[in-house]
Each structure stands twice: as C-alpha cells, then as structure tokens.
Design a protein around this ligand. Sequence first.
Ligand code: FE2
Ligand code: FE2
Length: 358
Amino acid sequence: MSGLADRPATTDETAAALTAIYNWNYDSEIDQVRTLYANALERQWIAVRDLDWERGIDRAAFARTFSLGGFPVDKTDFWKNLDPDLKWEVSRRSSAFLLSNFLHGEQGALMVAAQMVSAVPHMDGKFYAATQTVDEARHVEVFAAYIKLLDDVYPIAPSLKKVLDATIGTGSWLEKAVGMQMVVEGLALHVFRDMRNATEEPLLKQLLTYVSRDEARHCGYGVKYLSAMVGSLSDRERAGLEDFAFEAARLLVDSRTGGSMRLSMLEIWKEAGLDPKSVFEQLARERDKIDPEMQRTNAAGPVRGFIIPSLKTVGLFSERLEGHFRSMFEANFGERAKTMAFADALPENLETWVEGAA
Ligand SMILES: [Fe+2]
Ligand SMILES: [Fe+2]
C-alpha cells in the first residue's frame, strides 16, 4: 500500500461557521420532522449490497438514452446515426463531467448535514440531520463508484463551489437550511428524477432511484422544518433568507448553463472526437424534434417547477423575490419570462413523485 503522504494533494479549504445549540428538552416538538426521522431509519440501504455493481454499465443503453443535462440530444437523427463507439465516448465523458458535479454537490451536502446536527435548535431536527448525514455519505460513495466506470472525476463548477462555500460558511442555520435543503436539494432532486426517467442504463436507473428517494426526504425536511419556523421570523430575517435563497438559485442555474459549463462541455466533445461546430449545425436542422421534447420533459425546469414552489410553501416567496426571479429569467429567456408560470404547489407526496414518469 502506498503511503498517503506520497499522493498529490486533493484537498481544499473553506471557512465553516455555526453556533452549536444544546437542547435539554428531549420531547418531540415538530411531529412532521420526527416522522421523517422515523421514515429515514426504515429506508436505509447499503450501496455495495443493494445495487447490482456486478452488472457494470450497459454501454449501448447508456449511449442510446443520453441527454445533455436536460437537452434531448438522444432524440435526434444526428445522434442516432453517430458511430456507436463515438457515441459511447461522447456520452461517457460528458456524463462523467455532469455526474462529477453531482458528486461534489453530495460532498457539500454531507458536510452541511453534519453541521445541521449541531446548529439546529430542535431535537427532532438534530435526529433527522443525523440520518441525512449517513444518506449523503452513501450518495458520495455511489456517485464516485459509478463515475469510476465512466471516466475520471472532473473538477467542481466554480459557481456550485460558491453555493457550497456560502452554505458551509454562514453562521445561520436557517440560511444553511434554505441554501442546502431547499435550493441545492430541490435542484438535485428534480435533475436526478429527470435523469432517472430518461436513462435506460439499468445500474444508473437503480442508483438514481435509491438516491432520489433519499433526496425526497431531504427536501421534505427543509419544507417541513422551515414551514414551522418562518412564521416566527421578523420581516428583516425573512427578507435575508429570501436573498440567500435567490443568490444560491442564481449561482446554481449558472453552474448548469453558464459560460464555463458550456466551454468545458465543448472541450470534452472535442477530446472525444466530435467537432462542436458541425454538431451545432446538424442539431439546428433538427429543431423540430428537439423543441417539443424539451417542452414535454422539462416544462418548468428545476427552479420554476420545484425551488420556487418550495419557497412558496414555506412562506419565503414575496413579491420582491418574485421580481428578482423574473429579472433572472428575463436575462436568460427575454420578454417571454414576464408571463412565465411558476408552479404553485409541490407534489403532495415527494417520495411517490420521484418514482413517477415525467
Ligand atoms: Fe444527496
Ligand atoms: Fe440530499
């Protein structure tokens, strides 16, 4: 075994902050959070035992149902007619790149969940956060193992790193809850569910099914806990939380669609042997296939379809915040953002929703 000291440095630091709160009352105070803790204990799973790693990756199925982070490239003739080896090269590398950011996000979630054990004031909240800490460790474990079957781990997107740093670095547990449980988890759950429904690769589908069930609880924790707390906050505290949520959502949208993301993806295509310019030309000719598919599968996207209704549910979506979101969408989509619909309510039961079709 080679010594740990001989390996290149793989660590990076950020300042963490929290105030640890003891609670001498051991009775349950927020029943819904206590119930979620009981559910979490029932639904634990073991990555090396419960997923079928022996099977490896079904390469043909993987490449056949590969979508580029919501972009349905697999529905085009361009993709269908691509040489199978090239298809596998492009899809395995691009997916490793996207999944690497999931993996890094999971590491952030692992650290924040552990912080929540100390930082939240209610015993129910501490118990629950302890289960989430184990869940997130398992998620880091499974994403790392799956990426290993595809390619190397790619570095974290700078704007995702900013969201994680801000959430780990704030001393306010309410901001941690908003940043992690509502925004990061909300986006993750939505994206994992989309990918789970789209892929026909059996191991990835199985992995995402297990992970999404956990994430549904994590979002539930944010929604239930914050719903119980927001009513007792001052206007100023509420506005501060809204701003924190907005900034996190803005950065996450950027980490998925921003310039650095696009450039890295083009670089990956080139390395795999695809010329980005000719790809765009060919895809432009097939807009009639791409546009309706995008509308069908991604009608509202994670922010409008999930993060915003979560914020509405807990009472953190003032007209002021709605204005911020509309301006953000306007910058991305132009005039039509003015009349874009925002979903009002979350699915009734998140755990059954994650396993439903799109
Ligand atoms: Fe997770
Ligand atoms: Fe999570």
